[in-house]
Design a protein around this ligand. Structure first.
Ligand SMILES: [Zn+2]
Length: 122
C-alpha cells in the first residue's frame, strides 16, 4: 500500500464518517425539537414515546461508534505521517493490502485484531 493511496482511502473514510454522523446528528436535533414542541404534553402515547427513546439510544450508540471510528482514522493518518502506516501495532508485521483497502484505519493485522477482540470480550 503506497502512502498516496493510503491517504486517499483515509480521507474518503473520514468524509464518509462525517457525512453519516452529520445526518444522525440532524435527526437527533429534530427529535429534540419535537420534544420541546410537545411542551409538557406527557399524555403522548406511551408506546410512541418508548420507541422514540429506543431510537434515540440507538442513534447515540451509533454516534459513539462513529466517533471511535473517526479516532482510528485520525490515528492512522498520524501513523502515515510518522512512516509507520500499515504496520501492525501489536506484532510489527505488515498489514495485508486487502485488509487496508477495506479498512484503511486498521491498526492491527487480522490475527492480532481477532486476538484483541477476544480480549475485549467480543
Ligand atoms: Zn499483528
Amino acid at each position: 500500500m503506497d502512502d498516496t493511496r493510503a491517504r486517499r482511502l483515509l480521507d474518503d473514510t473520514l468524509a464518509e464518517l462525517d457525512a453519516t454522523a452529520g445526518t444522525v446528528r440532524e435527526e437527533n436535533e429534530e427529535f429534540r425539537d419535537e420534544q420541546i414542541d410537545s411542551g409538557g404534553r406527557m399524555s403522548q402515547h406511551p408506546a410512541d414515546y418508548a420507541s422514540d427513546v429506543v431510537n434515540r439510544n440507538e442513534r447515540d450508540l451509533f454516534l459513539g461508534d462513529a466517533r471511535q471510528e473517526r479516532e482510528q482514522v485520525l490515528a492512522a493518518q498520524r501513523r502515515l505521517d510518522e512512516g509507520i502506516y500499515g504496520i501492525c501495532v501489536d506484532c510489527g508485521q505488515l498489514i495485508d493490502d486487502d485488509r487496508l483497502e477495506v479498512r484503511p484505519q486498521a491498526a492491527r493485522c487480522l490475527p492480532c485484531e481477532q486476538r484483541a477482540e477476544q480480549r475485549a470480550g467480543h
